[in-house]
Structures are given as structure tokens and as C-alpha cells.
Write a protein that binds this ligand. Structure first.
Ligand SMILES: [Zn+2]
Length: 138
């Protein structure tokens, strides 16, 4: 399993470029070889990896958050979703850092909080990455 770089790497801009580029290469190869993913899902993920803009930590986090948000909500449609839910879970795993702190870390901007209450306040009111995505989707 290839994990997404840790938030510290993303936030320190020069190392982020090489770390992110290394991750893109590893993730692309791993996705192609992942027998649990459909051809359609592999094509979607590889297209996303080819589309990343590595010009700033914010652009990396925004890019990542859009993919996570899309894969989390893909089932929420009329009729048959294009990807199945289990496959989305397998796919989305590539976009989480190894040390991701469930219930303490924002899934969108990857900021870490002391507890789940602080995290919920952040997600409801203060996540700049989430607010940009919400503005972009109708
Ligand atoms: Zn956030």
C-alpha cells in the first residue's frame, strides 16, 4: 500500500514537490497492479494523478480533497453509481497518510486536533479547503 505523504511534508513546500512526485509515481504503479480495482476506477485515478498541480501546499490539498469528496459521495446518485462503494473505499485509501488520526484529523485539509469536538467545529465552520470545494460544487 502506498500512503499519501504526511501533512508536514505537504506544508514544507520544496520537500513536498519531490515527496508528492515520488508518491504520484508509486501510487500510479500500485493502482495499475491493484486487482481489487476495476478498469474504470484505475482510469479515473490515473487521470487524477496526471492532473495534479504541485505548485503550492494548498493546491495539493485541494486536489486531494476533491478526489476524496467525489469518491465518498459517488454512491449518492439516482440509479446505479459508476463505482461501487467498496471499490471507492479501496481507492480512497491511497489518499490518506499512514499516520492519519481517525476522529482527530480533518479528512480535507489534514489538520490535527486534540479531540473530535474540536475537529467537528473545524469541519463545520473553519476548514478553508472544504469551504473552497463547497463553493465550487453547485
Ligand atoms: Zn480541514
Amino acid at each position: 500500500m502506498v500512503y499519501f505523504p504526511e501533512i508536514e511534508c505537504i506544508n514544507s513546500s520544496n520537500p513536498a514537490n519531490s515527496t508528492i512526485n515520488k508518491w504520484i509515481k508509486q501510487a500510479s504503479g500500485d493502482i495499475q497492479n491493484n486487482t481489487k480495482l476495476s478498469k474504470k476506477m484505475k482510469e479515473y485515478l490515473v487521470a487524477q494523478l496526471e492532473n495534479i498541480k504541485v505548485d503550492s501546499p494548498t493546491s495539493i490539498l485541494l486536489w486531494r480533497a476533491k478526489i476524496i469528496s467525489y469518491l465518498d459521495d459517488v454512491w449518492d446518485v439516482m440509479g446505479d453509481p459508476i463505482f461501487d462503494v467498496d471499490e471507492c473505499d479501496d481507492a480512497v485509501a491511497y489518499f490518506y497518510p499512514k499516520s492519519f488520526k481517525q476522529n482527530r484529523q480533518c479528512i480535507y485539509c489534514l489538520k490535527i486536533y486534540n479531540d473530535n469536538d474540536e475537529l467537528q467545529v473545524h469541519i463545520n465552520d473553519n476548514c478553508n479547503i472544504l469551504s473552497i470545494i463547497d463553493q465550487a460544487t453547485p
